[in-house]
Write a protein that binds this ligand. Structure first.
Ligand code: FES
Length: 91
């Protein structure tokens, strides 16, 4: 399970993080991928100068994003890899 934290701190909210969160949720719902990735709001992630920002938790670490396009692109890529893995035949 991946977790995507979209900052909902003051600065990020001012710069559209609510829309980013909604658009990610919409994308996952449209693709039926809610079980593979949870989108969550977070407190300030400490990168306000780069707002709006998001993090994706994918073991073993976190990936940092500062623009909506890149976040969506990488979310799609990570999910497609995960989908491939979940459908790959058992070894
Ligand atoms: S408000 Fe989002 S990083 Fe600080």
């Amino acid at each position: 399970m991946m977790v995507c934290l979209v900052c909902q701190g003051k600065k990020c909210k001012k710069r559209g993080s609510k829309k980013i969160m909604a658009s990610c949720e919409k994308y996952l719902a449209k693709k039926g991928l809610e079980e593979l990735c949870k989108i969550k709001g977070s407190k300030c992630l400490g990168h306000c100068k780069k707002a709006p920002v998001a993090l994706i938790k994918k073991e073993p670490g976190w990936l940092f994003y500062q623009d909506k396009k890149t976040l969506k692109k990488h979310l799609k890529e990570l999910l497609s890899k995960q989908i491939k893995l979940s459908f790959s035949p058992a070894a």
